[in-house]
Design a protein around this ligand. Structure first.
Ligand code: F0G
Length: 460
């Protein structure tokens, strides 16, 4: 029998008080922080949808495994348990633990990327892009055309454009390509999945042109769930089997285990190539730690080993995807344009379409994000010109970003249906305030990654 109600497939054992604040207080907090939501203290935020990274709840089995943590410097039991689970899941030959995703990216960029290289991807996440740029290479996004159209739904908007990829791989520039990196799901493009068909086609191109294929697999389980729902051939395949097959199409991966590792911290780099792996381990010792802990405590490795067993649970993945699409339905009902269909970990509001009168250099996404906080203490993040635009000297307006998005990312197993109903009500109130919203101006900003610390002022 089908039920309309989404139930959380878990019960609550330990709770944390949810901060409830008044509108007057929230205005004071935002003014104190010069209108930068990153400055807020967690006790000033009622529903925190800033990120799904490291912010989820751990299960009682994960907490129990914390107590089993073996803190031996080398060869700990925790490492062995972590290694066995990752090895069963991914099949990769060399597994290297790191403290989080970008540490894996930094090592990968140091050992496999040279100055002037070109790194094709469906879409690079911003830290991945930054690490490749830091290695003086050029990361290029070759997202399929459905993915570029925010508002029209399509099942696999995270796919890479295979024609563009082949054009690059057969061009004179091909020798500059060390590997192809596929991000599953595509966070930057709205949390959209990549089909198995697309991954297999990338594998074939990599074979044909003798290139390594790697995954940025932070949200591998969510991707596998979408595949099970949307790709005919995989309708009756277990989620874990789909994930295993996806990993085995590639030659290695980077993962931030703060997402589908169900962990509060952790990452990994996995490679089939022994020589590259040896170089990676040598660098790991320099910056992260010995190869059997890589910047993590034994107890973290144990919690992740358990999390990586739990994450492919169909009931959990269904609840997760449905709670995001439930919120998406509410947004659509209230006339808020969103990236469609709803992504795996977050709702993305298209602020450019929602507030056409606020130009990109006055940050329409930031205006929406601040209003959501003022209305109901809901914290999201602007992913538009404030985050990705380029400030100009001599008082010229910023070079705008391609999109003006606001991301509301759901931490894993943390908020309930009534919390999502509450966020829905805040979205309804946002629509009522739409015509009164104003843009912002930056009054102070650092040169790099300005959105984290910039000071802003509302335009009157
Ligand atoms: N790749 C993707 C696709 C990501 O979403 C992230 C992090 C990383 C790599 C880097 O991992 O944070 O562990 O170093 N995304 C977070 C977010 C920060 O909010 O989307 P990390």
């Amino acid at each position: 029998m089908e039920f309309k109600t989404i139930i959380e497939p878990f019960k609550i054992k330990s709770v944390e008080a949810l901060p409830i604040t008044s509108k007057e207080q929230r205005l004071e907090f935002l003014k104190r922080e010069d209108w930068n939501l990153f400055g807020l203290k967690s006790q000033e935020v009622t529903i925190d949808l800033l990120t799904d990274s490291g912010t989820g709840s751990m299960s009682s089995e994960q907490w129990a495994s914390i107590m089993r943590g073996d803190e031996s410097y080398a060869g700990s039991l925790s490492w062995q348990r972590f290694h066995d689970v990752v090895s069963e899941l991914t099949g990769y030959k060399n597994i290297i633990p790191t403290h989080q995703g970008r540490a894996s990216e930094k090592i990968l960029a140091s050992i496999a990327v040279n100055q002037g290289d070109i790194i094709p991807s469906n879409s690079h996440f911003d830290t991945t892009r930054a690490n490749f740029e830091f290695a003086q290479s050029e990361p290029v996004d070759l997202l399929c055309k459905e993915g570029l159209d925010l508002l029209t739904p399509a099942p696999f908007k995270g796919n890479i454009d295979l024609e563009k990829l082949e054009d690059l791989l057969k061009s004179d520039n091909a020798k500059k390509v060390p590997f192809v990196l596929m991000t599953i799901t595509n966070n930057t493009g709205g949390g959209q999945p990549v089909s198995m068909k697309n991954l297999k086609a990338v594998r074939e191109l990599c074979n044909k042109y003798n290139k390594m294929m790697l995954l940025d697999a932070c949200r591998f389980a969510e991707n596998a769930w979408f595949v099970s729902q949307r790709e005919e051939e995989y309708k009756n395949v277990e989620i874990r089997e789909i994930a295993k097959e996806a990993f085995r199409l590639a030659d290695g991966c980077t993962i931030s285990l703060k997402k589908d590792g169900f962990g509060n911290i952790g990452g990994l780099l996995a490679l089939n190539d022994d020589n590259l792996a040896e170089e990676a381990r040598n660098l790991l010792i320099l910056t992260e730690g010995f190869p059997t802990y890589g910047g993590l405590a034994g107890r973290d490795l144990d919690a992740l080993a358990q999390g990586l067993k739990e994450i492919t649970d169909k009931n959990y993945l269904e609840y997760r995807a449905k709670s995001i699409s439930y919120l998406a339905d509410k947004a659509i009902q209230y006339g808020i344009p969103i990236v469609q269909p709803a992504g795996g970990h977050a709702l993305y509001i298209d602020a450019k379409t929602f507030l056409p009168n606020i130009p990109p250099h006055e940050y329409p996404g930031h205006s929406v994000a601040c209003e959501l906080y003022l209305l109901g203490g809901v914290r999201g993040v602007e992913l538009g010109t404030l985050a990705f635009g380029v400030a100009q000297e001599n008082g010229e307006p910023d070079k705008p970003a391609t999109h003006e998005l606001v991301r509301l990312a759901a931490p894993r197993r943390t908020y309930t249906q009534s919390h999502f109903d509450y966020v829905g009500e805040v979205l309804e109130k946002l629509t009522e305030k739409k015509d009164t919203l104003k843009g912002f101006k930056v009054i102070k900003q650092p040169k790099l990654l300005r959105h984290f610390t910039a000071k802003l002022e509302p335009l009157s």
